[in-house]
Design a binder for this molecule. Structure first.
Ligand code: NAI
Ligand code: MG
Length: 370
């Protein structure tokens, strides 16, 4: 029996997770689901959106399925804290970003597949996956505003390009470091090539911008080429991040596997998600070597919370990815086929697909096919 950490979170996160459970139960997936607290409610009441007890549950599970959480900017976060907790220097930090770093979930895998009959498809022949680096790059969290004097002096001593800012005071400079390590570059590109090999894909597209970001994108590109040489049957395509935005709109069907750094992957995968139906269909896996967290890409959608109308397919697809990661390929294929059948049939459609069915009705339709 598998042990799965079950993290509904906030808003529609709770609803799409309940809906997904219906599908997993229809499969008779042999698992114990251990419900764990995460999200805004726990920030407000305890000053901690990711309580220690949740970390303990995660550590004793094989992987986690996560719904969605609410996050708010600093001022609002402080204002909503329980009065007894205010003024204690508590700082809200995104639990999902922390989970990625804490468990070294360095791959963010985002499949974008057009299911035939989905009225939201941009084209019906899109089937690609994005491998987004998940722990470093511009999201490393090394940021300053104002720019500390010693950091400024070190930058000025080492980079002539800093001269362009000689006339700007440190309090008027915001600075975010884009950190790419050889290790980080190597493992994201290698996982993408391994995936291509396993799934019979003929190429991997490395999305960077080495002509301008000479050092960080440069390192990704050099490492990418070296990794590619270990996979003679698979071609390495290189694309600049700006250009691929146009190509993905023009010819998305030509792409199979995309590998890229953190921020670029965030942007590219949102574009790709919209090509195949948007947030109601976008699932992602945060994968490490030993642990993984699967989730719909969307947030808690407060506007729709409590209305039983959100599309649960993104979360059901996340559950499918989870089954694949656990090696339960037959069960995963049954979810895949059930979703494909429900969409092709076109009877069950949530509001985003132009229909009137509820979250639960959509899940019941999928469970029914199973
Ligand atoms: P959101 O993803 O929650 O919703 C944006 C809009 O997308 C919704 O209003 C709705 O029109 C549509 N949508 C989202 N999920 C849908 C679904 N399953 N079915 C149908 N339509 C769907 O993004 P928003 O409104 O910017 O953020 C709301 C909260 O969620 C914020 O507090 C934000 O910080 C948080 N958030 C959390 C994420 C996470 O838990 N991983 C990711 C993104 C946002
Ligand atoms: Mg995003």
């Amino acid at each position: 029996m598998y042990k799965i950490a079950w993290l509904p979170g906030d808003g529609i996160g709770v609803e799409v997770m309940n809906a997904t459970r219906l599908v997993l139960d229809a499969l008779k997936f042999d698992a114990e689901y251990i419900r764990a607290d995460i999200g805004w409610e726990y920030w407000r009441s305890e000053g901690e959106a990711l309580p220690q007890r949740t970390l303990e549950i995660l550590k004793s599970s094989q992987c986690a399925l996560f719904g969605a959480i609410t996050s708010k900017p600093k001022e609002e976060a402080d204002a909503e804290l329980d009065p007894s907790l205010r003024g204690k220097g508590l700082v809200y930090r995104s639990p999902i970003v922390r989970l990625r770093q804490m468990f070294n979930l360095y791959v963010n895998l985002r499949p974008c597949k057009a299911y035939r009959g989905n009225p939201l498809n941009y084209r019906d022949d899109i089937d690609l996956v994005v491998f987004r680096e998940n722990t470093e790059g511009l999201y490393a969290g090394v940021e300053f505003h104002p720019l500390p004097d010693d950091v400024r002096r070190a930058l000025e001593a080492n980079s002539p390009a800093m001269r362009a800012f000689n006339d700007v005071g440190s309090s008027d400079i915001a600075f975010s470091a884009r950190i790419i390590t050889r290790r980080g570059a190597e493992r994201i590109v290698r996982r993408a090539f391994e995936y291509a090999q396993k799934h019979g894909r003929k190429n991997v597209t490395l999305v960077e911008k080495p002509n301008v970001l000479r050092e960080t994108s440069g390192l990704m590109t050099r490492v990418g080429r070296a990794v590619a040489s270990d996979f003679p049957g698979i071609e390495l395509w290189e694309a600049n991040v700006d250009a691929i935005m146009m190509w993905l709109v023009k010819n998305p069907q030509q792409y199979g596997v995309i590998a890229t750094s953190n921020l670029f992957g965030d942007v590219v995968s949102d574009l790709c998600a919209q090509l195949v139906g948007g947030l109601g269909f976008a699932a992602s896996g945060n994968l490490g070597d030993k642990f993984a967290v699967f989730e719909p890409t969307h947030g808690s959608a407060p506007k729709h919370a409590g209305q039983n109308k959100a599309n649960p397919l993104a979360t059901i697809l996340a559950a499918k990815m989870m089954l694949e990661w656990l090696g339960e390929n037959k069960l995963a294929a049954r979810i895949e086929n059930a979703i494909a059948a429900v969409i092709a049939e076109g009877k069950a459609r949530t509001y985003d697909m132009g229909g009137k069915n509820t979250t639960m009705e959509m899940a019941e339709a999928v469970a029914g096919k199973i």
